[in-house]
Design a protein around this ligand. Sequence first.
Ligand code: GTP
Ligand code: MG
Length: 476
Amino acid sequence: MTAPEHGADRREVTRRGLGSVHDEPDDVALGADAMLEETHRGAFGEFGGDARGGLIDRSFRERIVLVGVTQPPHGDDETDASLDELELLVDTAGADVVGRVVQRRQSPDPATFIGRGKAEEVRELSVALDSDTVVFDDELSPAQQFNLERLFGRSALDRTAVILDIFAQNASSLEGKAQVELAQLRYRLPRLRGMGKKLSQQGGGIGTRGPGETQLEVDRRRIERRIHKLEGDLRAIRKHRAVQSKARKRTANRQVAIVGYTNAGKSTLLNRLTDAGVLVEDRLFATLDATTRRLALPGGETVFVSDTVGFVRKLPTQLVEAFKTTLDVVVDADLLVHVVDGSGPDPMGNIDTVRAVLTEIGAGSVPELLVFNKADRDDGARRLASRHPGSVAVSAVTGEGIDSLLSAIGDRVRSLTSIVELFIPFGRGDLLAQVHREGQVLVEQPEAEGMRIRARLEEGSIGRLRAFVVPDPTSA
Ligand SMILES: Nc1nc2c(ncn2[C@@H]2O[C@H](COP(=O)(O)OP(=O)(O)OP(=O)(O)O)[C@@H](O)[C@H]2O)c(=O)[nH]1
Ligand SMILES: [Mg+2]
């Protein structure tokens, strides 16, 4: 979809733009927009750049100023924690943070998100620090972004753009790439602008503008077409995935999903538990695709364990939507192994963040086993584990605590319940009593030879009654 020379063009335009903006007097007014079509450095001004190339220029390390807003009842501490995280995200995206500005506001300004006075302060700081881009910690509306870029004379991005950018860099599977590109295009579409009323310079031909169509309309149409194409591709990939997951369900093995904050050690743990050989990296969002492996537990059960994408604060809704099927691994799981970096600066904040995302994607009620990782670093993991009954402290790197984790997973899996159908011959009153004792009988129906029962039972009970379980026709 990309003309390779486009990136170079953009670079030239933005470089030129920077120069002229710096030459401007201080009063870059919101109304003076004619020249700015060409001068702002924003990546949104035109479409056609490589969607996977991202929004942050990586031909050099961009210098970035961060802006955070504290909205009561949230406190300044939360803003700081969120900005610390944003700084990590920016660093992961390949840029350097050179300054921070925070503001307290009851509600965002509809035109500029922060107040006009504050925006002017950000502009002055950006000039003083020679920053290339201003990144806001909250999602900007297309109008806010546009106004801010005109005011600053440089790109104004938001957290969503940065996260999309990192995802774009890290996507490797066909599905991952398609999902990220879709999320990026959905983000870009309402932000398209640039050529204004100027008509397309493209010559005639199939797929180019019709008579009188502006470049903007051509671009919009191209993006919409691409979105439809990607949605179709993803539907096809998902059909295939549905077949795979159906096959997995047929085995009746329980599904365990490893979830957690990004960089907590989820992939390292999957590798430690199985020979998955998943990529481990000391960077955010190293994993985008779910990898599933079979794991034999010490009690004899076999479960499927999946590594999943990590979470952060304010995960963009575009991404949550685009990654819906990937996240289905989490929603469909029988048990979540929630990995927490016990040596990190804010483990409790991370737990809250992960739980909030789980609720958002509809996995809030899946049973959770808390695992505090990186116990080899300090005693943070062990301290946290002692404060959370039922949790386990481990080191995925050294293997410390892994045996306890395996038996904890086994216990939790055995205590999971499911609804099964049983047929118990009349001669086995003992078994009938056992079902009533160990589970919850939903339906009991006498037949010629015995009793047909639908009951909710724990895995352990189902195992003991296996010979009397009537196979589910839908999973045959
Ligand atoms: N010291 C120590 N480091 C660990 C441990 N587990 C993971 N790490 C390191 O933490 C970093 C992140 O590990 P990953 O397994 O990639 O983390 P993840 O949760 O899969 O991260 P994403 O996929 O990016 O969300 C790597 O540098 C690992 O080597 C541990 O038990 N101890
Ligand atoms: Mg990972």
